[in-house]
Design a protein around this ligand. Sequence first.
Ligand code: SF4
Length: 95
Amino acid sequence: MASKFCRHICPRNCYNTCGLVSLVEDRRITGLYGDPAHGYSRGHLCRFGYRYLDLFYHPERVIYPLRQVPRGSGNWRRISWDEAYELIAGKMLVE
Ligand code: SF4
């Protein structure tokens, strides 16, 4: 079994940007810890950080683009990444 430790920054939208160390075994994260070398968090995470793996591997996590048509209907359908990028870019472009 191939395993390694990797260092990250917590991806949640939080100002602390805590350091993480993950244990990756056979291309799957099996452990997640606070990075003791991080200058601010010094090996500690909040309850969201410690639960991050539950979110990451949750069976209902959305891992592809969805579009709700019509908006507000609750009628979601899967779309391609190209379609999603075009929709987003089309809304960002200013005429
Ligand atoms: S572990 Fe918690 S406190 Fe640290 S950056 Fe992530 S969400 Fe913020």
